[in-house]
Design a protein. Structure first.
Length: 370
């Protein structure tokens, strides 16, 4: 702060000492510097006021990051590759994804079928997204790299991460054509990887919950149920077991011979029912949280614009006291714009108080912990 102030004073001194300014220009230059320094002070005061809350949020975020690592809450390049490959095989016969190099970043050649190109093009137009490089090659294959952490820079390869329009296109395609009656999957994992879970058979169900209001958020929720028991587990153990199985698990071919299909489906229904009960609570909490966010946002916006409006009103009054009316029309115009923007911002958050919510099946099946 002191360095910035010193720089402003230095600039002012140089302007005055050169002697090339008229008396009026000198007064204007002094007024401008005074206003700039006042703005800097207000900005610094605002930062100091918010510093305590930022520090508190920092600890919260670090704890979330630690939990994410422990629970395997991340999307790897391998995940993106498998997701893309499976959905292309499922929905766009004739498309080819050929693996060229597999290291930390997975490099492939992609050739989209005619219907895939048409649907992707329509999707980009509908969602007002730019026509990406996957569609610029009319014939032949496009070089792509699954690089979720964006480590590649200035490469001839099209970098694909989880937010790429192509991935969003495939996700929306899957959601639109989801077969709710698809059979459960069967997989196994060694208890070595998750010792807090006893050896046995566990039905599981995963759902995606989303809410849209002031902020848009979504989360995956997990439930498991040991066969031979009416217990349903929805705490961190369920999430850890399912996510570790995704990473470390293997296909369990013998499932149909060991367990009865209807038994597994009944346990999956119990898992779903338990999460459905929790979903209602989740939505109510989301609505209350959304109202709180809207209140805070509106308070901060109003405070921000009120300060601007007050400063402009003070300036107008000061100019009137000095019988200086040259800038009055312009200042009054600025004042009207500020008041209009404030009203628009407050109205925008009022509209966002209405929460839209949704829940979607993600995956279900049985896990053999051995």
């Amino acid at each position: 702060m002191d360095g910035v102030i010193g720089e402003e004073i230095k600039k002012l001194s140089n302007s005055l000492l050169r002697g090339k300014l008229t008396t009026q220009e000198e007064e204007n230059r002094i007024d401008q510097t005074e206003q700039a320094l006042a703005n800097l002070k207000r900005h610094n005061d605002d930062l100091e006021d918010e510093a305590a809350s930022l520090v508190a949020h920092g600890d919260f975020i670090l704890n979330k990051v630690k939990a994410a690592k422990e629970l395997q809450r991340f999307i790897t390049n391998e995940d993106l590759y498998l997701f893309t490959s499976n959905l292309l095989d499922c929905y766009f016969t004739g498309s080819q994804l050929i693996e060229i190099e597999k290291s930390e970043i997975i490099k492939c050649e992609l050739e989209l079928s005619v219907d895939a190109k048409l649907e992707l093009g329509e999707y980009l137009v509908k969602n007002k997204l730019s026509r990406n490089l996957l569609l610029k090659e009319e014939h032949g294959r496009v070089k792509i790299a699954f690089d979720n952490h964006q480590k590649m820079t200035r490469s001839k390869w099209v970098s694909i991460n989880q937010f790429h329009p192509f991935v969003k296109f495939l996700m929306d395609k899957k959601r639109a054509e989801r077969d709710i009656n698809s059979p459960p999957i069967a997989t196994s994992i060694s208890q070595y990887h998750i010792q807090e879970i006893e050896v046995g058979y566990y039905a599981f169900y995963v759902s995606r919950w989303s809410v849209q209001g002031v902020n848009t958020s979504e989360q995956l929720v997990y439930s498991i149920s040991p066969t031979g028991s009416e217990q349903v587990i929805t705490d961190v153990r369920a999430e850890k077991l399912i996510n570790l199985t995704v990473v470390e698990g293997k296909r369990w071919e013998e499932a149909s011979r060991v367990l009865k299909h209807d038994v597994i489906l009944n346990h999956i229904d119990c898992c779903r029912d338990e999460l459905d009960d929790q979903y209602g609570i989740y939505v109510e909490e989301a609505k209350r949280s959304n109202d709180d966010r809207a209140d805070i946002q509106q308070f901060n916006i109003k405070k921000h614009y009120d300060r601007k409006i007050a400063r402009l009103n003070d300036l107008i009054k000061e100019k009137e006291r000095m019988n200086d009316t040259r800038m009055r029309p312009a200042n009054l115009g600025k004042l009207a714009k500020l008041e209009s923007r404030l009203a628009e911002q407050l109205e925008s958050f009022d509209r966002k108080r209405k929460v839209e919510h949704d829940k979607v099946d993600v995956i279900m099946g049985v896990i053999h912990v051995n």
